[in-house]
Write a protein that binds this ligand. Structure first.
Ligand code: PYC
Length: 403
């Protein structure tokens, strides 16, 4: 009888083997998506290593915002593919991901911010992405609770409106990719830490883990927060500085906000989940650290900035706070693909404050690279070599509130 009520596990423990064709380090959305799309491409002798539980890193410590209104053509096409994958992901994975494509507004409080948003709107439109500049009357209609009066220190002057943007249930994305990969026979090993990587004659040969050595010809670094540490295992120094990023959640409220609201000037973004909680985040902390401790100064400043936009929230209680760890590159774009001079070592790193939204496209295209041996056009601009040949992809202007 009890079997009637027994839950089917999302993924199964599998024997720990000492050889796989591909080892993926990092059991978050990027690592698991890579495993899933590898499986779909017929590459199934794969394992995913995660030092803690699945989704315990940046995949479980973000604000789950999905959008493609970036600033560069390279960034827009890349994130546009991710939004499109997210749109059909629940059907592909057979799991409700609560994707709420409610629309995304980036507010402008200064003339120069309006100019920046205008450029983004034009690039977006040229690339076929829905995004346009709107003015206070329309903003007020879309977001009645927003204070559009001249009262705030930085009144709202305009906004970049991106209807396909939205939010998703981030842990469900992680679980569903894990289940999809598991169903194709891919091994998922949580609580298994990579502590070293073996190389020989310019080729990756093995991963040393807390449970023993695994031989492998391809190793993917799909970690966030610790990607520099993993890269150092092969003697590679990445151009990355790691910072904490904090956020908090309020008590649940009746639905009143069905748009994601971002203000770069106030360093804040606000959305309301299906459960009614407000999810509120900020800029990266202004110091480099691997710490994921929350701080009171962050909470005070971010709550004050939120009240500039939504004075109606002044009595709302905060439920919990957290911090994630962000690997910032100099141009605010990720690093994807092979490493010159080291065969078999693949990078899916440098995700700054925008990694969660890229999980599907990064996983799909890294899997394609491994399965075919060819770097897909979509990820070519994000190669490590751009830092040596001066072909940066400057996305700082579109990286949420980080400018
Ligand atoms: O890039 O959309 C974004 C974002 C939201 C929160 C942090 N980054």
């Amino acid at each position: 009888m009890w079997q009637l009520f027994r839950k089917t596990p999302m993924w199964r423990p599998r024997p720990f083997r000492d050889r796989y064709d591909v080892v993926i380090i990092g059991g978050g959305v990027h690592g698991l998506a890579t495993a899933y799309y590898l499986g779909r491409a017929g590459v199934r002798d794969v394992c995913v290593l995660e030092k803690s539980y699945l989704g315990s890193g940046a995949s479980g410590r973000n604000t789950a915002i999905i959008r493609s209104n970036y600033r560069t053509p390279e960034g827009v096409s890349f994130y546009d593919e991710s939004v499109k994958l997210y749109e059909r992901l629940a059907a592909d994975l057979g799991y409700n991901l609560l994707f709420s494509q409610q629309g995304h507004l980036t507010l402008a409080h200064t003339d120069s911010a309006i100019n920046g948003l205008r450029v983004r709107a034009e690039v977006n439109q040229l690339m076929g992405v829905e995004s346009r500049l709107i003015w206070p009357e329309e903003i007020q209609r879309l977001v009645p609770a927003l204070d559009l009066s001249p009262r705030p220190r930085y009144p709202v002057l305009a906004a970049l409106y991106h209807p396909p943007g939205g939010i998703i249930r981030h842990d469900a994305v992680v679980w569903a990719y894990a289940r999809g990969a598991d169903r194709m026979g891919i091994a998922i090993h949580p609580f298994t830490e990579a502590v070293g990587i073996g190389t020989s004659n310019g080729q990756v040969t093995s991963v040393l883990t807390s449970r023993g050595e695994i031989r492998a010809g391809v190793v993917v670094n799909a970690t966030a927060g610790f990607c520099s540490t993993v890269a150092k295992m092969v003697g590679l120094h990445l151009p990355i500085v790691t910072h904490p990023l904090q956020a908090f959640v309020t008590e649940p409220l009746k639905p009143f906000l069905d748009k994601v609201i971002v203000s770069a000037t106030l360093h804040v973004y606000v959305s309301q989940t299906d459960r009614g909680e407000l999810v509120i985040g900020s800029e990266i902390d202004p110091y480099s650290s691997y710490s994921s401790r929350s701080t009171l100064p962050f909470l005070e400043a971010t709550a004050a900035h939120t009240l500039e936009l939504f004075p109606c929230l002044r009595r709302v209680r905060v439920l919990r706070q957290w911090a994630g760890i962000c690997d910032m590159t100099p141009d605010y774009s990720p690093i994807l693909g092979e490493v010159p001079g080291l065969k078999g070592f693949i990078l899916d790193v440098g995700w700054g404050t925008y990694g969660f939204k890229a999980g599907p496209v990064a996983g799909k295209r890294i899997a394609e690279l491994i399965a075919t041996g060819r770097t897909p056009e979509l990820i070519k601009p994000f190669s490590l070599t751009r830092f040596y040949d001066d072909t940066l992809v400057g996305e700082k202007a579109a990286a949420a509130v980080s400018h």
